[in-house]
Design a binder for this molecule. Sequence first.
Ligand code: UT7
Length: 310
Amino acid sequence: MGVEILGVGKYIPPRVLTNSDLEKILDTSDEWIITRTGIKERHIAEEWEKASDLALKACEEAIENSKLNKKDIEAVIVATSTPDMIFPSTACFLADKLGLNKPMAFDLSAACSGFIYGLTIGSSFLKSGQFKNVLVVGTEVFSQILDWSDRSTAVIFGDGAGAVVLSLTDSDSDILSAEMKSDGSHWGSLNCPVGEKLRMRGRETFKLAIKSMETASKKALEKANLTLDDIKLIIPHQANIRIINAIAERLNVPEEKVFSNIHKYGNTSAASIPIALYDVIKEGKINKGDNILLTAFGGGLTWGSIVLRY
Ligand code: UT7
């Protein structure tokens, strides 16, 4: 038996915020944002929309896509840094809005690495025999914690949600390895105190992100007993196109082997990898049986990589 992604879903709020919109409210330029980050536009949730509202739409699609019934979902893991409330968890709100049958439900706080932490935990639940079907979601409304007068962070982040239904099946699919790490001593690089706005020391975070994702990816490959030649596609956290290209260079793979959709969505934190995974699948870039490498990095600091056979 292996762990299989049975269904994927995403939801991107329709309101678009372009670089030229940002030029009107900040001392910035379309040219600076594109060359320094690769971002052309991002989507912004309505003020009343919460992380669970975005997650709801992504999860409805993922469950429908999986062909399972809602009652089959036994656990809900929501990776988010922008929860609806401190408590109850966003996962409890989400499970109720979805009409699930009283699943185990909890939030996971690991910033931009949240989704891959969630996949690791979800997969462990399945392999231990605890559950058969788990919903893992990354959902963020970073627009609601940004300081819109800070040009060094306001131009980077966007809102969105992505979800997968993870199930134990007798297919060849599996999560082959995971390398998950953290280092709280660097908390000052990127954080958001309760009731305050996000703060980031960009240049410092940039360097740590490249090194951490490179190291974790090599370790995850080693654990899976695979090399990069066995990997069809790398899906990195969408933080900055220069970080993504630097990872390709450090791993010595062509840039085409490293997926990017940052130009459309910006950095959606915990939602970035499931949104990218959704796009990769819908664009036919991977097929069942292909090995892929996921890698993420975020506040905490947290980081990690997963090798999975889709
Ligand atoms: O998702 C979790 C992890 N997050 C990340 O990995 C993000 C990592 N960091 C980054 O992506 C980049 O560091 C940023 C995009 C945040 C910044 O790019 P940078 O090339 O590192 O720029 P910088 O912070 O070194 O700033 C260079 C210059 C500064 O001006 P001076 O001091 O050289 O005159 C900034 O004030 O660019 C200025 N600047 C801007 N100019 C126009 C900063 N933000 C902007 C802006 N528009 N939006």
